[in-house]
Design a protein around this ligand. Structure first.
Ligand SMILES: *Cc1c(COP(=O)(O)O)cnc(C)c1O
Length: 243
């Protein structure tokens, strides 16, 4: 085994231990939580090693980096998640490799994703990114900072996705906020997300994915009920540059 593969194996084992412990404490089954490894800024060779180590889900946040990486790794049958802010002019490219877009935050993006998914003959999973840094946003319910739609905007966006051809409403995603009432309280933020998820499932029972938790707070996310955690640094190391 190469040094890098051994390092990744070691880090994965540590993350696995954290997820299992958090599941045990919460009385949840380990199988109910999916690990997504966020490979942004790391090379395709690392994605390949992760696949050899059993990782099935990877995430990226920039199309410029993700598109060539996904192409290089297309033989691995991985599930690719897109988790970054997405401009409509990048949608055509993203739809070619992404299985799930976790950062859907506006109706205009839904329209573009639907058009390109239909064009590509693919069904694309969509998660609504919820911004918990404020409980209200502008007209469309959008927020600045770490992105996402305000909680009040979730229902309308969910209906738009559910009605759009080529898209499947998977559920919700959030990033623990750095501002507002939940700053420094990731557990409370994730519990609020679970509450919003319950409301969503009232109208869209199949939209049961809850993507929350990163390297620093995945334990809180599992405790709150997240079905998917997105872990970068704890598996791959501190990123060489901002991403
Ligand atoms: C980078 C990123 C992650 C992973 O963050 P780490 O702290 O490195 O685990 C998770 N989610 C999103 C949306 C990201 O951009």
């Amino acid at each position: 085994m190469t040094d890098r593969k051994a390092e990744l194996a070691d880090n994965l084992a540590r993350v696995e231990e954290r997820i299992s412990t958090a599941c045990d404490k919460a009385g949840r089954k380990r199988a109910d939580v999916t690990l997504i490894v966020v490979t942004k800024t790391y090379p395709a060779s690392d994605v390949r090693l992760l696949a050899e180590l059993g990782v099935r889900h990877v995430a990226e946040n920039r199309d410029q980096d993700a598109a060539p990486k996904a192409a290089e790794c297309s033989d691995l049958s991985l599930n690719w998640h897109f988790v970054g802010q997405l401009q409509t002019n990048k949608v055509r490219s993203v739809v070619n490799y992404a299985d799930v877009v976790q950062s859907v935050d506006r109706v205009k993006l839904v329209t573009a994703l639907s058009k390109e998914a239909v064009r590509a003959g693919r069904e694309l999973g969509c998660l609504i990114q919820v911004g918990l840094d404020a409980e209200s946003g502008d007209n469309e319910g959008r927020l600045g900072r770490r992105g996402g739609v305000a909680p009040a905007g979730v229902d309308a966006l969910a209906d738009a996705i559910a009605d759009a051809e080529g898209l499947r409403l998977g559920g919700l995603m959030t990033v623990a906020p750095l501002a507002g009432p939940y700053a420094g309280h990731p557990r409370a933020a994730f519990e609020r997300l679970m509450e919003i998820s319950s409301g969503l499932r009232g109208n869209h029972p199949a939209a049961n994915m809850v993507s929350a938790g990163m390297s620093a707070d995945l334990d809180d996310a599992v405790a709150a009920g997240a079905t998917h955690v997105r872990v970068g640094t704890a598996v791959l190391g501190v990123r060489p540059r901002l991403g």
